[in-house]
Design a protein around this ligand. Structure first.
Ligand code: PLP
Length: 406
C-alpha cells in the first residue's frame, strides 16, 4: 500500500460514513461511552444546557445510558431527580459536602452505616463541620439534639448491622418541624420495602424525606460486581444544589457499570423478595437455637423496632431486605465465634450484600457505638447477608458450623 493510501485509511477508520439504521429495539438500552460529545456547530455548543437533560455536552454530565438509569431509579424510589455517583459512600459524601459548610452541624443515628461515621469524624471535622450522634430508637433524643447550627440529619431504616427499625415518620416529622433537611440512606429498603417520598401513602404526602441515597452496589446491581450510588430528590432547587457540587467534584459513573445496573433492575423485585423470604426463614430458625442470645430482623416480633417496621413496610414478601444478625451468648469467646464463621461453607466471609452469594461477617459492636444500645443483648454479633442459594442448604450450613464450634 502506498503511503497516501495508508494515511487515508487511517482517517477513514475514524471518520466513517456508515450509520446503522435507526429503530433498533431490544430488551436492554444501549451502552453509550463518551468523554467527548460532538456538537453540530459552534452556536449549538454555546446554546446547549447540561443541567436539564435536554441535550448532551460532556460524558461526565450524562449519556443516554446514564440518563436512562437515572429516570428508572426515580421511578423505583418515587422521586423526580437523580444523580449517579461512583459508590454509595460517594453519594453520602456528596450530600454532606453540598449542604454543609464550616460552622454547621450534622446529626447521625448511632447505628448509621459505619463509613458514614468515619466520613463525619475524619473529613467533615477537618472542614469545620461538627457532628453528633442520636439514639435512633428514641425520637425525643433526635429532637433534643437538633441545635441552632444543625443543617442536616441522616436517617437509616433499618440500622446498619443491628437492624433496629426506627420510627422514621416521627424522625422526619421532627426534622420538618425544626426546618432541618433530612437525608435517608435507603439502601436497605431499596425503594421496595417502603416509599421514602411518601411515608404515609396517600394520607400525608408531606411526610417525605428530602433526599434518598441508595447504594446501588447492593440490590439494584445484584451481582456483587458493581459499585455505584444514587442521590434522589423531589425538589428541583435542592437537586440543583446537589448537582452543582456533584459536577464540581467531577463525579461520574462508567457506562458499562450503568448498563450492568440497568440489566439488574428488571429482576430487582423478584430478587429482593427471594432474599427476604430466605432471610426470614433463617432468622426464624435461628430463634430455635440455644447459642444465640438475640436474633435481629425487623420482621421478628422480638426484634427492636418490629412495631415500627409493621407500620411503615408492607409485611409480605419483599417488605424487608435479606439481612439478619445474631448475637451469640456472652460465654462464647470471640475465637469461638470466628471459628463458627470460618466453618461456614456456603456463606463467604465478606462485606457488602445484595449479590447471589450469601455472606457472613462478625462485628465488634462495642467499638462501633457511642453507647451499648439498651435494646441489644451483650455478646458477639454476626451479620448474615442471605444470597439466592436454596434456603435448606443455607440452613444445613449454619447447622453444621454450629455443631462443632462450642
Ligand atoms: C454498602 C452501603 C453503603 C455504601 O455503598 P458502597 O457502594 O459500598 O460505597 C451505604 N449505605 C449502606 C446502608 C450500605 O449498606
Amino acid at each position: 500500500m502506498s503511503a497516501s493510501v495508508i494515511r487515508k485509511l487511517g482517517t477513514e477508520l475514524i471518520h466513517h460514513p456508515y450509520s446503522p439504521p435507526p429503530g433498533f429495539a431490544a430488551p436492554q438500552p444501549g451502552v453509550f461511552k463518551a468523554s467527548s460529545v460532538f456538537f453540530p456547530n459552534v452556536a449549538a455548543m454555546r446554546q446547549f444546557e447540561w443541567k436539564d437533560k435536554t441535550a448532551y455536552t460532556y460524558g461526565l454530565h450524562g449519556t443516554p445510558t446514564t440518563y436512562t438509569l437515572e429516570e428508572r431509579l426515580c421511578t423505583l424510589e418515587g422521586g423526580r431527580q437523580c444523580l449517579l455517583t461512583p459508590s454509595g459512600l460517594a453519594a453520602i459524601a456528596t450530600v454532606s459536602l453540598a449542604l454543609l459548610k464550616s460552622g454547621d452541624e450534622v446529626l447521625l443515628p448511632d447505628n448509621v452505616y459505619g463509613p458514614s461515621k468515619a466520613l463525619a469524624k475524619g473529613e467533615l471535622a477537618n472542614w469545620g463541620i461538627s457532628h453528633r450522634f442520636f439514639d435512633p430508637m428514641h425520637p425525643h433524643d433526635l429532637a433534643a439534639k437538633i441545635g441552632p447550627n444543625t443543617r442536616l440529619v441522616w436517617l437509616e431504616a433499618a440500622g446498619s448491622v443491628t437492624l433496629e427499625f426506627p420510627d422514621l415518620c416521627e424522625q422526619v416529622r421532627i426534622c420538618k418541624a425544626a426546618g432541618v433537611l433530612c437525608a435517608l440512606d435507603n439502601t436497605w429498603g431499596a425503594g421496595l420495602a417502603f416509599q421514602p417520598f411518601d411515608l404515609h401513602p396517600g394520607a400525608r404526602p408531606e411526610l417525605a424525606v428530602d433526599i434518598s441515597i441508595h447504594a446501588l452496589t447492593k440490590y439494584p446491581s445484584g451481582g456483587g460486581d458493581v459499585l455505584m450510588g444514587s442521590i434522589i430528590t423531589v425538589d428541583e432547587a435542592l437537586h440543583m444544589k446537589l448537582k452543582l457540587c456533584h459536577m464540581r467534584l467531577g463525579l461520574g459513573v462508567a457506562a458499562n457499570d450503568a448498563e450492568a445496573v440497568l440489566r439488574g433492575l428488571p429482576s430487582l423485585m423478584l430478587r429482593y423478595q427471594a432474599h427476604d423470604e430466605a432471610a426470614r426463614a433463617l432468622a426464624q430458625w435461628s430463634l430455635t437455637r440455644g447459642e444465640f442470645a438475640q436474633v435481629l430482623h425487623p420482621a421478628l416480633p422480638q426484634s427492636p423496632g418490629h412495631a415500627q417496621w409493621c407500620r411503615l413496610c408492607h409485611t409480605g414478601p419483599g417488605g424487608a431486605a435479606g439481612l439478619f444478625s445474631v448475637i451469640f451468648k456472652p460465654y462464647y469467646s470471640q475465637a469461638q465465634v470466628d471459628a463458627f464463621c470460618d466453618a461456614l461453607q456456603l456463606f463467604e466471609i465478606g462485606y457488602s450484600w445484595g449479590g447471589p452469594v450469601s455472606l457472613v461477617m462478625p462485628y465488634a459492636l462495642a467499638q462501633m457505638r457511642q453507647v451499648w444500645p439498651d435494646q441489644l443483648q451483650a455478646g458477639t454479633l454476626v451479620r448474615f447477608s442471605v444470597g439466592l442459594e436454596a434456603v435448606t442448604d443455607l440452613q444445613a450450613d449454619l447447622q453444621q458450623a454450629l455443631k462443632n464450634f462450642a
